[in-house]
Every structure is written in C-alpha cells, then in structure tokens.
Design a protein around this ligand. Structure first.
Ligand code: GLC
Ligand code: CA
Length: 564
C-alpha cells in the first residue's frame, strides 16, 4: 500500500451553524471557528471538515447550495474564510470543505435559468424528463419522502430530486455541467484547501430510462435507492472527476457512500481508488429501519462489535476507511451505542477508546469529545430538520401515537447532533449571546468544555490523551499501519482487538468491557505495559501460582496494553 500524507491524521467535523456564534445572531460562524482553532489543536486535531458554508437557502441546512463560489452571509465573508485557511495553516492544520454536487439548490442560477427556458441549455444541467401517461416518469420516493419528481411549470416535464424538491439533481451526463463542477473544485483547491468530504456522491449516476419498481410502501412508491443500486457506471464519472481535480493537488477526499456494490471497495479506496477514503457506516446501517429511521431496529452489542470487526478485516488489505461514532446525520453515539448503565463518563471514554484506535482515519464530530448526548424536545415543532419532519409524519401514518413518534425522534433525529456546541454552563452554553437557532440540550450545565478542560479525569482530557497516544512517536506506526486482529471474540460483552506491526515490532491490545459485570481476560506472555486506561489502572494482575498474567476489566473499563 502506498503511504499517503493523511494516513496518520486525526480529523474533526465542524457543523458551522452550531459550533460558535461570534456576533450574537444565534448562528455559528467562521469567526467562531477561527477563535477555537487552538482548542482543536490542543485536542490533537490535524484535519477539519466543515459542513457546507456556501450560500444557501438552508432548506437542508446548507446541503442545498445556491452559489458554490460564495460564503453564506450567515457564516461570514470570503475574507474570513481566507483567514481561517491561513490560521489553520499556521498551526499545521488542514481544512476540508463539503462537496455537494449531486444536487444544488432550486435557487441556484442554473436552475432558475432552466425554469425560465425549459428547452434551453440550462435545462440540460438537470434532469427534465417528460412524464408518462400524465404522471411522473417513475415511482421513486425521495430520501426525504414524497416523489422524486416535481412538475416543471408550464411544461409536461418533471425535474428529478433525490432529496428535497428544493434540491434538484445535477445532470452528470452533461459534459458542460461536469466542466463547471471541476472548475469550481479546482478554484477551491487553488485557494489552499486540503480536500473535500464528498456528499451523497453515489447518487450521481442515474439510469436514464428511470424504470419504476414494485412499490415498497403504502404511498405506492419505491425508494429511489433501488435505482442507485441497480445502475452501473458511477465509477467512470468518479474517475473523470478525480483526474480533472483532486489528483492534481494530492487532495484528500473522504466520501459519503451508501449502497456501494459488493467487491467495489478496491475501486473506491484502493491505492488508485476514486477517493482517498470513505466513511465506514456499517455499524450505523445496522439500525436502519425498513422505511427510514422511524422504524429503526435495536442492535445488540455483539452484532455491532462483529460488524465493525468484519469491516476492519475487509478493508485492511485494500485501503483506509474513516471511522466515526457520530456525525451531523446521526444521533449521538453515546446515546446510541452505549447501554443505559454505560451512559456515563467511563462509558464514553470506553467508546472513544475502542473507536479511535481502530485502523483508519478517526473523524470526531463536534461535541463528541465532551460526551454530548441526544436531546429530548418537548414537541415536534422544536425540531428543524427536514428529515425529522418527514419521519415523524411517516411514523404517524404508520399508526404510531404522537408520543411514540416523538420518542423515535429522540432516538434518531439528525437534530440530536445539531444542537449547539456546549462550551460552558453560562447563557446558551456559551454558544451565543443571542437566541440560538436550535434549542440547546439542557444538560449543558453539566456537560460542557469549560468544566472539562481543566479536570484531569474528564471525557475531554481523556480524548486528548487518547489522540496523543495514537499520534505519539513511539506508537504512531502501529496505530496507523498495524494490522487489526480481533481478540477475545468468545467474550460476548468484550470489545477487544490487537494492533500488530511488523515495522515497529509492537503488539498492542485494546480491550473494553461493555458488560455490566466484571470480566477476566487471560493475557499471553508476560503480560504487558498499560499505555492508557479510563479507570486509572496501572498494571495487569498476576495469577496465583502459574505466573500467568490476566486483566480483570470492570464494567465500562477500557485499557490499552503494549503486550510483552
Ligand atoms: C448527505 C448529508 C446530509 C444531506 C444529504 C443531502 O447525506 O450528510 O446532511 O441532507 O446528503 O445533501
Ligand atoms: Ca453568528
């Protein structure tokens, strides 16, 4: 495997709207981000991914872009963005933007021109398709509910939108459109961006026949995912983009890819893959329901663990995945993956340990490092997210009571991760001096950066130690390139694996007890040296008589041990 500059880096996702508001309008901004670069540096972050900051009507929180060359007014100016780039560079940090090019906003100039001249050249930037028998061209349900087809006023055509109707899909078959996109990507890379997180990219390839599928819901529609799964040829488009853009800049790209076909991993993230890396969503996908997330299923610890193990083993001879616990589309990991008895500081540190030392690039989502949790809202009107509104309605349609539907939102809504960052116990958690755009999680009085920053046994302090260990000169090689080997798999409540490197000669055991009872693991050899513990452990135990070493992990205990 070719070595790359980003292999040993640790990344952090910022959701700008909820990070830090510097001017009291209730909306996070670039100035706020700039003021926290030192905080991130101290945490050990190398790469920062900014969720979209382009001009947008914010129907889908900036994932609907109306001008790819402008910074959203709400967030600041291009000068401030340049300042952010320069300040990050000074600190040896890299900035990634979000690349949202499957679709744009219906307010984008291209779409406006297309609407005003549906036979003109801009109509060809989109999918304007004639209806069939006076109906939409096919029966696809969009990701946010309802048909993917919206009538083009004054014509017998419809335009395609896989997401909201305010997010028309861009026509990647049109070379002119592709040129525009590549020009834009290169323009940003020229500015000094390190690369991009690439949004919803698997969707860019369409089956131009738009075949209908057997309905899979009472609305008579079939999920548009069907078409994505069946169509061939996305690889050619992705290669074309890579050659025209990223490759020339040695840029880092991390793709959001769901529904990849089997055996395509090497093509996507192998040495000469379409992308540097892509997120491992395998554990997140486990909970997905049949109709989105309102009917999501409960996942047992063992299934979760084994899924991560399988994914680690599948990828290690091919490339690097990006490992996450949560992001802006997912509920908080501490609320989702930890059993009730482990939803405390020890449990959050344990979750961090087992996740951040996996093979791959760790991506930490803002607030994860202090253990932020899901947020209970009193009423559906308190939610902002377009997908939450849809799923709430779907739940009601399926016969859930309002209370049950709200409970689904509490467990799964994307807004769980979007409540403002909790900086202090002061007004609005120190996020804003005005009125925050989205309710704060009331637990900010207990869970906040200020309280944790100086406390040596806080979740935040632990994240700093954990990242420092991963990147330390002694162990960096092993944590970056060492093989991943599952350990103690027969223990049904234990999450344990080894990272083994020929290069460094090290064999490091990462072990955590997700169970409620203590659990004893027998260690091979002469035991080992504790490199990190979430419970202040200093050594392994010696068994009576036979000289063998063992490790008895309490409930929620995690340890990292250099085996000897
Ligand atoms: C991706 C984004 C999500 C957005 C969607 C449409 O999944 O992560 O937030 O709603 O794409 O752009
Ligand atoms: Ca602001």
């Amino acid at each position: 495997m070719k070595k790359k500059w980003w292999h040993d880096k640790v990344a952090y996702q910022i959701y700008p709207k909820s990070f830090l508001d510097s001017n009291g309008d209730g909306i996070g901004d670039l100035r706020g981000i700039i003021s926290k670069l030192d905080y991130l540096k101290e945490l050990g972050i190398d790469i920062i991914w900014l969720s979209p900051i382009y001009q947008s009507p914010f129907v889908d929180q900036g994932y609907d872009i109306s001008d790819y060359y402008k910074i959203a007014e709400e967030f600041g100016t291009m000068e401030e963005f340049d300042e952010l780039l320069a300040e990050a560079k000074k600190r040896g940090m890299y900035i990634l933007m979000d690349l949202v090019v499957n679709h744009c906003s219906d307010k984008h100039e291209w779409f406006q021109k297309a609407l005003s001249d549906p036979e003109g050249e801009y109509a060809d930037y989109f999918y304007f398709v004639r209806g069939k028998d006076g109906k939409a061209p096919s029966n696809y349900r969009s990701y946010f509910g309802g048909s993917t087809w919206e009538p083009v006023p004054g014509t017998d055509k419809y335009y395609l939108h896989m997401f909201a109707k305010e997010q028309p899909d861009l026509n990647w078959e049109n070379p002119k459109l592709r040129e525009e996109i590549y020009k834009m990507i290169n323009w940003w890379l020229e500015k000094g961006l390190a690369g991009f997180r690439i949004d919803a990219i698997i969707n860019i390839k369409k089956d131009l026949n738009f075949p209908s599928f057997a309905p899979d819901g009472p609305d008579g529609l079939a999920t548009c995912v069907k078409m994505v799964e069946e169509v061939q040829g996305v690889g050619e488009l992705l290669e074309d983009m890579k050659h025209a853009t990223f490759e020339k800049y040695d840029a880092f790209t991390v793709a959001e890819v769901f529904n990849m076909k089997d055996d395509e991993l090497r093509e996507f993230i192998g040495d000469d893959g379409h992308f540097s890396t892509m997120f491992d969503f395998s554990a997140h996908e486990l909970t997905f329901g049949e109709h989105g997330w309102y009917d999501s299923r409960h996942v047992e610890f063992k299934e979760w663990r084994d899924t991560i193990f399988a994914s680690q083993q599948e990828v290690q001879d091919i490339g690097f995945q990006a490992n996450i616990i949560e992001n802006h589309d997912e509920p908080r990991g501490a609320s989702r993956f930890l059993p009730a008895y482990a939803q405390n500081e020890a449990g959050k540190k344990m979750l961090a340990t087992t996740s951040l030392l996996l093979r791959g690039i760790p991506f930490i989502y803002q607030g994860q490092e202090i253990g932020m949790t899901n947020c209970r809202m009193a009423d559906i009107s308190e939610y902002d997210d377009i997908s939450t509104k849809d799923q709430y309605q779907e739940a009601l349609n399926a016969g859930y009571t309002a209370e049950q539907a709200l409970q689904c939102c509490y467990e799964n809504s994307r807004d769980n991760a979007r409540t403002p960052m909790q900086w202090s116990k002061g007004k609005n958690a120190g996020f804003s001096s005005g009125t925050a755009w989205l309710s704060l999680n009331p637990n900010y009085t207990q869970i906040n950066v200020e309280e944790q920053a100086e406390r040596p046994d806080s979740v935040l302090s632990y994240y700093r130690e954990l990242i420092a260990l991963r990147k330390s000169p002694e162990y960096r090689e092993t944590f970056t390139y060492g093989r991943f080997i599952p350990a103690y798999e027969e223990e049904e409540r234990v999450f344990a694996y080894r990272r083994v490197s020929e290069e460094s000669g090290q064999d490091i055991l990462v072990a955590a007890n997700y169970g409620m009872e203590p659990c004893t693991l027998t260690l091979e050899g002469t035991g080992g040296k504790i490199l990190l513990s979430n419970m202040g452990r200093e050594k392994t135990e010696e068994n009576e008589g036979n000289g063998q070493k063992s490790l008895t992990l309490d409930s929620c205990e995690a340890a990292v041990i250099l085996l000897q």
